[in-house]
Ligand binder design. Structure first.
Ligand code: ATP
Length: 448
């Protein structure tokens, strides 16, 4: 149930308190957590010496510390930078699905993550189109959108959707050949194939597939040889009507130094963006996550966490797991106040004064006896319009959020609506004593 980041932070905190600063820096701070799977933690250390020290001194301490506090037995494997990840090696084979069985070039493709399916993907406004396109491609590969190109900010579900396409296609056709790689793995495989003179095998591996998923292709920028090879891979697959799915943090024409002919090919199919989820979607994602992880989290706590992190789903999920770990360590049930504490202490920065739009909406709704949904809705009756404008005004005044972001959080309204609301309330505040009192009261409540 713990995630790697939380566990590592916990270990670091404990040892920082216990070790001398130099010992802490030498043994703990210099180590790197690599993976946490099925209660086995893999840690990478700088040298054989570090490894020996870890085995003799640190591992026993951590194991007993964690067993006492988390009531879970964590096995720790420690590798040097030069050794392969023991867990990755042990696990790669059975999890790789439907890849060419016998290849002269060692397989390096990342297997599909079992958790990234359509079933576990929450659809909201920001990803609706991407989700639909993904499903269409999975059902009818090579027919509708080829290539399908996802673009959008970090941690918004691009990788998740790509894996989901792979899973779905395999479910429909267990013999389908599905290959998922990051652009970096593609580049590494290509370079290694040249070094080891296995270029033909490389081509076989990448061109004999029914679905090729290449993630984060912004990292192709600057890699001239790799782009050249990918161009040929692309053409071979495309001509064969095989499905290609690509992702990037930006549009093809915005990727620096990406060859024009690739840019134009990437535009042949469909490019869909994924934008940050609104509050409802964030809550739904958290609820989903809590359910799959069998966590008991009250609704208001889910809303609170969703209000804290609004642009990166990976961080959103991390926050939930942090809260859970914190509750466990303290032997308390998860509640909103505990969540506030957990996120504050683990982030190391006080967050009490950082207001979110969601918090403002909740406060204003309560104050004026309307619902948050009404604030976000379109009803033009005065009893709702005024609170809505006040909430927008406060969001503008009290948060760092941009105008479009505020508009988005108010049911996807245009940024000009936010400007209008802000102007209207600012103007009214000059003469309307009643409104002045109300806004002052709200401000005070929000800061208490
Ligand atoms: N709509 C969603 N429903 C459920 N989980 C989601 C959704 N979107 C993203 N996630 C989860 O958020 C995390 C980050 O998503 P993912 O890795 O797919 O993002 P990404 O856009 O590929 O990010 P990056 O740009 O860093 O590669 C994953 O754990 C994923 O399962």
């Amino acid at each position: 149930m713990l995630d790697l980041e939380t566990l590592w932070q916990y270990i670091r905190d404990k040892f920082e308190a216990e070790f001398s600063p130099i010992a802490f820096t030498t043994w703990i701070a210099s180590a790197r957590p690599l993976q946490l799977t099925d209660n086995t933690l893999v840690v990478e250390v700088a040298s054989k010496l570090h490894q020996d020290y870890w085995k003799q001194n640190i591992i026993p301490q951590i194991t007993s510390l964690l067993a006492d506090n988390l009531l879970t037995k964590i096995t720790i494997l420690v590798k040097t930078v030069d050794e392969p990840n023991p867990l990755a090696e042990a696990q790669t084979e059975p999890k790789v699905r439907s890849l060419e069985p016998k290849l002269a070039v060692p397989k390096k493709s990342t297997p599909l993550n079992d958790k990234y399916t359509f079933e576990s993907f929450v659809v909201g406004k920001g990803n609706q189109l991407a989700h639909a396109a993904a499903l269409a491609v999975a059902e009818e590969p090579g027919v509708f959108y080829n290539p399908l190109f996802f673009y959008g900010g970090v941690g918004l579900g691009k990788t998740h959707l790509m894996h989901a396409i792979g899973h779905q296609m395999l479910e429909n056709n267990p013999n389908a050949r599905v290959k998922y790689v990051t652009s970096e793995s593609f580049a590494n495989d290509f370079i290694n194939s040249i070094k080891s003179k296995h270029q033909e095998e490389f081509r076989q591996e990448y061109r004999n597939v029914d679905l090729l998923l290449v993630d984060d292709i912004q990292f192709f920028s600057d890699k001239v040889g790799t782009q050249e090879e990918f161009f040929h891979t692309f053409n071979a697959l495309y001509d064969d009507k095989k499905q290609i799915v690509l992702s990037s943090d930006r549009l093809p024409n915005e990727i620096p130094k990406l060859q024009q002919r690739l840019v134009s090919r990437f535009k042949w199919g469909l490019s869909v963006d994924i934008t940050p989820p609104d509050l409802e979607t964030r809550i739904a994602i958290l609820r989903n996550k809590a359910e799959t992880e069998h966590l008991k989290v009250p609704d208001d706590t889910l809303s609170y966490i969703a209000g804290q992190i609004d642009s990166n789903i990976r961080e959103l999920e991390g926050a939930l797991m942090r809260v859970q770990a914190y509750a466990k360590l303290n032997g308390q049930p998860v509640s909103t106040s505990l969540a506030a504490e957990a996120l504050q202490s683990l982030n190391g920065a006080p967050q009490a004064k950082e207001l979110s739009i969601a918090m403002i909406q909740e406060k204003v709704a309560k104050f004026f006896h309307v619902t948050v949904a009404e604030l976000k809705g379109k009803k033009r009756v005065k009893t709702i319009v005024i609170p809505r404008q006040i909430a927008m005004y406060l969001a503008r005044e009290l948060t760092e959020a941009s105008l479009p972001k505020i508009g988005q959080e108010f049911g996807g309204k245009d940024h000009t609506t936010v400007i209008h609301a802000h102007e209207k309330i600012s103007e009214a505040l000059k003469s309307d004593e009643e409104l002045k009192k109300e806004v002052a009261k709200l401000r005070a409540e929000l800061h208490s």
